[in-house]
Unconditional design. Structure first.
Length: 186
């Protein structure tokens, strides 16, 4: 495969993966805090590496802004979703795929999402003075606890039920699409 063909295939794949993240989010949007975005970004980072997962993730976030407009969530999304891709790319490099470790990682990183988004909202939405910041944060976070629990449980279940099967299918598709070339190293 020539470098030009490889580059074209890589661009096409990035667009396709970004579209599946967006489509997956839209498909589950009616169910509060149940999303497939985390699972897809995790899988794309593990299977395809950052060279493909990170641009797909950034396109997804930009598409979200185009679809839904801007708000404080944009700051959270542009930080968190690329962070997730980087974290899982590193996870796949540093560990063998251990289901228990992956589940713990998913729980921790999804919990971080709730804390981080609440932090951003507290800073920018409430504009709380420093003397009341911790109290404001605690109030904001406690108001969303039921949503955060659903989010953590949903991501954990998706990781347990679907990760292995989808990973195997993606690895097979990657081999068929790129042949013996590893897109992570180009």
């Amino acid at each position: 495969m020539t470098k030009r063909v490889y580059a074209i295939k890589k661009c096409a794949l990035i667009g396709l993966l970004a579209a599946t993240i967006t489509g997956g989010k839209l498909a589950l949007m009616a169910i509060a805090n149940v999303e497939i975005v985390t699972l897809l970004i995790m899988l794309y980072a593990v299977v395809f590496g950052l060279a493909i997962a990170l641009p797909a993730t950034l396109i997804f976030v930009t598409t979200e802004v185009l679809l839904f407009g801007a708000g404080t969530w944009v700051i959270s999304y542009y930080f968190y979703w690329p962070f997730l891709a980087i974290a899982f790319a590193l996870y796949s490099k540093l560990t063998k795929d251990n289901t228990i470790l992956r589940i713990v990682f998913v729980i921790v990183i999804t919990t971080f999402f709730g804390v981080f988004t609440t932090l951003v909202d507290t800073i920018f939405f409430l504009k709380a003075p420093p003397s009341t910041f911790l109290r404001s944060f605690a109030i904001m976070y406690s108001r969303g606890v039921s949503f955060f629990i659903v989010h953590i449980v949903g991501n954990t279940l998706f990781s347990i039920v679907a990760f292995g099967t989808i990973k195997t299918h993606l690895q097979n598709l990657k081999k068929a699409y790129f042949g013996d070339i590893n897109p992570q190293i180009r």
